[in-house]
Each structure stands twice: as structure tokens, then as C-alpha cells.
Design a protein around this ligand. Structure first.
Ligand SMILES: NC(=O)c1ccc[n+]([C@@H]2O[C@H](COP(=O)([O-])OP(=O)(O)OC[C@H]3O[C@@H](n4cnc5c(N)ncnc54)[C@H](O)[C@@H]3O)[C@@H](O)[C@H]2O)c1
Length: 393
């Protein structure tokens, strides 16, 4: 269903499944950003037999060095003042970078790395704005390198099951989707304020966790193009100095710095006559804003919400349908996974780079995710429905 212009960038396959790893052919990896999520990346990279972590940088002096020391990785060059300096160091012979920077620093390092012939694993959300995502994709097209976006829930067998159910035809024609989720008190400030300040995050709950719930349903139904968005966002909790989620007496300081959304909602029209009803919260006076539901002419799927939404399935899913004139419910049990999602995210990325196969989480799909996020922000600002216009890549 995606654009003609997306052809060739739009072939998601689980390329890595079942392929043996050639440990003699090592991938030379550089880290851009050495904060919280980089900690998950490094453990998963270290678990691969075909990886050499050769460099890392962070805007905070000394942070990259301390990071590699913490994980016991020796011989990593870290004396760089910026990602540009690191990428320009041709003695490193880098193959790929993993970009673990805050949202406002996703686009620039990704473009610079791609334009310098490197494969890129870029953390979610893709970018802050649609225009940035378009610029990154243009660099991807120029370079011919792999760009994969860090949506590890894609690797979850339960998520794959949702897609299989939608594709099986058991739901008939899908016409309405409700998705989203949230936390009661869950504004992320574990290691500081990079998630809540506009200058670093740019978007709040909408981009941080909203992107996951959008991906869960949009990937399941083949990523139809968004056409119009009527969006809303607010920040009642984050800007409240008495918000009980701010610990250690930080309420006064954090509430002043808070410059993004902590709640967003939208009504989105998608190509193919499908409507999407979405809401996401970092904080709310409620347990959940509702399960995810996918309604079709032959059946509907209910995906239970989770208490702390981060892109997982909250329990056994149910399909409501008709069987020989009876209203029946089929329960789809949760699949327990042996592998970690972060390991699979890293492995599938490496395999795509080494085998020349499509990115496991391709930008051409996540572009539509970003277009909805961007549309919600713009519509909320304008106070009316807006048309989604996606530039040519
Ligand atoms: N996939 C997941 O499950 C998951 C989980 C948490 C965070 N994330 C994403 O990862 C990103 C980073 O989150 P975090 O929690 O690690 O944030 P963080 O603030 O702990 O770390 C970000 C680091 O990037 C550094 N940085 C920023 N711009 C840089 C640049 N141009 N060059 C070098 N260093 C730079 C900062 O100094 C900081 O140390 C966010 O976009 C977030 O949405 C993903």
C-alpha cells in the first residue's frame, strides 16, 4: 500500500531468521550517544560473535570513556568532541554506527553517517518532525546503506502474531482501530531531563511511547498512508511542580523545564477507508486509556493494554467472530520468547548490513508513523484537522 517512490526501501523481511553468523567477518561499530539506552545496545552488541566495538562519542566530555569502562570494553577510541569527529576518523574503518542520542539529535548524526557510507541503527522515534525523517531517508537513498529504526517490539512473536491474524483474513475488511496506552505516573526522568525538555526531546509521550502503539497496528495492517489527522496534546502533569512522579524534590525544577506533551490523542484517517483512534499518556488519572482493538467485517481483535506501555502485548488476545451462526471468542495465548528483543534488534540489523538484505525496521514504513506524530503536533497547534502531506523522497 505504500508509495511507488518507496519501492526498494519497503521490503521488510525477517532476513536474519535461520541464517548462520559468519564470525570471521566482523562489523566495526561506533556508538553515538552513551546514555541510558546505549547500555542495552552495548550488551546486545557484545553478545554477537561478529562485532568489534571500535569507537564511541558523547556530547558530555568523559561520558563515552566511562561508559565503555563500565561495560569492560577495552581499546575503544572515545576522544571525540562530536559525532562528526568520530565519523571523520577514517582510521577506525567503521562499518556502522548505532545512534542512541536524544530525539533532537537523531536526524543530524544519521544523515552524516549515511553520507559517509555507514550503515545506521537509529533509536526510536525516527525523528522529531516529518521533514527531518524525509531528509534522513534522502541520505539513506543517496548512500544505499542500511538504515533501521530501533523498534525492538517488532521482534516480539506476539507482535508478529497480530500481523499474521490481520493478514489471515479472519477479521475481514478492517475499518476501525483503537490504539495507544499509557502509564498512571510515568514521565521518564530516570537519569535527568533529556526526555522532557523541548531542546533535547522535541516530543513527549507522543513520540516516546506513542510511536510503539502506532507501529503495532500500522505494521499489522501493512502501513497504509495517513491522509488526515485531528490531534490534541497536553502537558498538565509534567508542568505541575506537585506531580507525584517527580522524585527527590525535583518537582519545582522539572516542572519548569517540561516542554513537551505528556498526553496526546488523535483521530486519523488512513488510506483504504480505515480510521484510527489513538491516545497515549505518560501520566493520567486512570489505569489505562483502553485496550487496542482492531475491528473488521468478519471479526475483531482485542489486544489487552499493559500497565506500563512500552510496546508489549498485555495478555492473551481475543478474536470476536461468528462461527456457524454463533457469536464466539477465540483466545490467542501469549507466546513466551527465548531470545531478548534487544539482541534480536541488533542481530537483524547486523544481518541486513552483512547480507545486503532490507532493513529489519525500514524507514519507508516508519515514515508514516512519523507523519502521524508530526500531524498530531501540527493539528494540535492549529486546533483543527490537517491533511498529511508526505514529500517525495
Ligand atoms: N528502544 C527502546 O526501548 C528505547 C528505550 C529508551 C530510550 N530510547 C530512545 O533512545 C534515545 C536516547 O535515550 P536515552 O534514554 O539513552 O537518553 P540519554 O539522555 O540517557 O542519552 C542520550 C545521550 O546522547 C548524547 N548525545 C546527544 N546528542 C549527541 C551527539 N550528537 N553526539 C554524541 N552524543 C550525543 C547525550 O549527551 C546523552 O548522553 C531516545 O531517542 C529514546 O527515545 C529507546
Amino acid at each position: 500500500m505504500a508509495d511507488k517512490s518507496m519501492e526498494g526501501l519497503n521490503n521488510f523481511t525477517a532476513a536474519a531468521e535461520g541464517t548462520a553468523v559468519d564470525a570471521s567477518k566482523k562489523m566495526r561499530i561506533g556508538f553515538i550517544g552513551c546514555g541510558w539506552i546505549a547500555g542495552s545496545h552495548i550488551q546486545s552488541f557484545l553478545a554477537q560473535p561478529d562485532v568489534e566495538i571500535v569507537a564511541g562519542c558523547d556530547l558530555v566530555p568523559g561520558k563515552a570513556k566511562a561508559f565503555f569502562e563500565k561495560y569492560g570494553v577495552e581499546g575503544v577510541k572515545t576522544d571525540y568532541a562530536s559525532h562528526k569527529e568520530m565519523i571523520d576518523d577514517k582510521s577506525l574503518n567503521l562499518d556502522a554506527v548505532t545512534i542512541c542520542t536524544y530525539n533532537r539529535q537523531h536526524a543530524e548524526p544519521a544523515i552524516y553517517a549515511l553520507d559517509n557510507g555507514l550503515h545506521v541503527l537509529l533509536e526510536k522515534p525516527f525523528t522529531v518532525t516529518l521533514d527531518e525523517a524525509v531528509e534522513v531517508m534522502r541520505a539513506e537513498k543517496r548512500s544505499g546503506k542500511v538504515l533501521s529504526i530501533g523498534f525492538q517490539p517488532r521482534m516480539d512473536e506476539n507482535m508478529k502474531q497480530i500481523k499474521k491474524i490481520c493478514e489471515s483474513g479472519v477479521l475481514g475488511q478492517i475499518y476501525y482501530i483503537q490504539t495507544g496506552g499509557g502509564r498512571r505516573r510515568g514521565i521518564p526522568t530516570p537519569f535527568g531531563t533529556t526526555f522532557i525538555e523541548d531542546k533535547t526531546a522535541g516530543i513527549g509521550a507522543l513520540g516516546d511511547i506513542g510511536c510503539y502503539s502506532l507501529d503495532m497496528v500500522l505494521n499489522a495492517i501493512g502501513y497504509p498512508k495517513p491522509l488526515t489527522v485531528s490531534g490534541y496534546k497536553s502537558a498538565f502533569f509534567g508542568t505541575d511542580p506537585n506531580y507525584s512522579g517527580y522524585k527527590n524534590g525535583k518537582g519545582e525544577e522539572y516542572s519548569k523545564l517540561f516542554g513537551v506533551d505528556d498526553f496526546a490523542a488523535a483521530f486519523v484517517r488512513l488510506e483504504g477507508g480505515i480510521v484510527l483512534d489513538f491516545r497515549i499518556a505518560w501520566a493520567m488519572n486512570l489505569d489505562t486509556p483502553g485496550d487496542t482493538i482492531i475491528m473488521g467485517t468478519k471479526g475483531s481483535l482485542r489486544i489487552p493494554s499493559t500497565e506500563c506501555w512500552n510496546g508489549t502485548v498485555g495478555g492473551a488476545m481475543k478474536i470476536y467472530h461468528e462461527c456457524a451462526g454463533l457469536q464466539v471468542v477465540t483466545e490467542i495465548p501469549i507466546i513466551k520468547m527465548k531470545e531478548g528483543l534487544f539482541d534480536l534488534k541488533i542481530r537483524t540489523f547486523l544481518d541486513a548490513c552483512k547480507n545486503g538484505t532490507p532493513a529489519p525496521v525500514p524507514s519507508s514504513q516508519i515514515l508514516y508513523n512519523q507523519a502521524i506524530i508530526d500531524g498530531i503536533a501540527k493539528s494540535a497547534e492549529a486546533g483543527r484537522e490537517i491533511e498529511v502531506v508526505i514529500p517525495e523522497i
